[in-house]
Design a binder for this molecule. Structure first.
Ligand code: SF4
Ligand code: SF4
Length: 369
């Protein structure tokens, strides 16, 4: 099993160690030297020196294939992707933007094709998500395949299965870049209330403790809603007590089908004004794949999309054009004089409009136009 990944990444060249946050940046020439050395060649001194300094592992005098995956350059030059394995979930959170959460995912052969296309497209950082990815029956095989292809993996999870020995074993033997756990409350009452599942808080605490004790790299996403906003300090204290980094999420979105049912969980006093949206690279340097293998520019702008398992790498050539079209201010926003101050990207604004959301949730205008 590899200990290091050497890969191009958006115009740079990196050496990474799964499970570790730091990276070594190398020059194009040094990357080319490793390529011409090939996997059977011995590790050059400059690399073994840098590796021992960064991670205290000795790779001197070892052939590259013994400890590293050397990723090839890609003509497409993507760097990141997210893969929604299955929208099914063991919870039914009031704020969940997935709406229906249908249990459906591809069989392993098609997932293998998708992951192969991601690798060939240049994806180095892969987010595995759901629904709840760890309840997907093919999660272990999918995760292990992505790891073996030389990707740095992040798993987004509610944490409910992290105390499962088989999952812990997988995540400790093939370390992810990080596991990000959502936090839905600091007590059983608020957590089980928001997730609409009795016992969810206990499962979360069990999973969090097990993963923390196993030394898995963790992050917390603290989701602040009507149900739990009185427990913000307690949620922060939980993270601080374990020394885990966290981010607060205070803005609830409509569902991916443009449904408004999630918006009632918004805690209005915590509705923050987003920074002006100045564009993003979705579709050009990153993309999203849904449980049916459809590649889209991101999790919000899901249409038009590309049948990645059928079309493979060729299909991804169209994604940049789709992104340019989707991110243009259009529809209800064309001609808006406040668009330069607006913090909402176009695909998300379209979902709010479909949901007939109050304007103050997403738009700079105070009154209906
Ligand atoms: S745990 Fe995540 S995927 Fe599951 S219902 Fe809650 S928000 Fe949705
Ligand atoms: S302020 Fe409202 S109408 Fe203007 S760009 Fe933003 S979302 Fe669109």
């Amino acid at each position: 099993m590899h200990e290091l990944i050497v890969s191009p990444f958006l115009g740079t060249h990196l050496v990474l160690r799964p499970g570790q946050p730091n990276a070594i940046r190398i020059s194009r020439d040094k990357y080319a030297q490793l390529q011409s050395t090939g996997p059977d060649g011995l590790c050059p001194n400059w690399l073994s020196d840098a590796v021992i300094k960064s991670w205290r592992i000795d790779v001197s005098d070892r052939p590259l294939r013994d400890f590293a995956i050397l990723r090839a350059p890609s003509l497409l030059g993507y760097g990141r992707a997210s893969y929604e394995l299955n929208m099914g979930c063991n919870y039914d959170c009031k704020h969940c933007y997935l709406g229906l959460k249908e249990f459906a995912g591809l069989e392993f052969a098609e997932r293998g094709k998708i992951l192969g296309s991601m690798r060939d497209a240049g994806v180095l950082w892969l987010q595995l998500t759901g629904g709840e990815p760890t309840i997907d029956r093919l999660f272990p095989d999918t995760y292990a395949t992505a790891f073996d292809l030389g990707m740095m993996i992040e798993v987004l999870t509610n944490g409910s299965r992290l105390s499962n020995p088989a999952i812990l074993d997988l995540l400790t033997s093939c370390p992810p870049h990080r596991v990000t756990l959502s936090v839905y409350g600091a007590t059983e009452a608020s957590y089980d209330g928001l997730t609409q599942r009795r016992g969810a808080y206990k499962s979360f605490i069990r999973g969090l403790s097990a993963a923390h004790e196993a030394g898995i790299s963790l992050d917390l996403s603290i989701v602040i809603t009507n149900d739990n906003c009185h427990e913000i300090d307690a949620m922060h204290a939980l993270a601080d007590g374990l020394g885990i980094k966290y981010r607060d999420y205070t803005k609830m979105s409509p569902t991916i089908y443009g449904g408004a049912e999630t918006l009632t969980s918004q805690s209005l006093p915590h509705l923050t004004v987003s920074k002006p949206f100045t564009g993003c690279d979705a579709g050009h340097t990153s993309f999203h794949v849904d449980p049916h293998g459809r590649a889209s520019i991101c999790k919000v702008g899901r249409e038009p999309n590309i049948a990645l398992a059928d079309e493979g790498l060729e299909g991804l050539h169209r994604l940049g054009g789709i992104a340019d079209q989707l991110l243009r201010r259009q529809g209800g926003c064309s001609g808006c004089t406040l668009s330069a101050q607006c913090g909402t990207c176009m695909p998300l604004a379209a979902k709010y409009r479909e949901a007939d959301s109050p304007l103050d949730r997403y738009c700079q205008h105070k009154e209906r136009r």
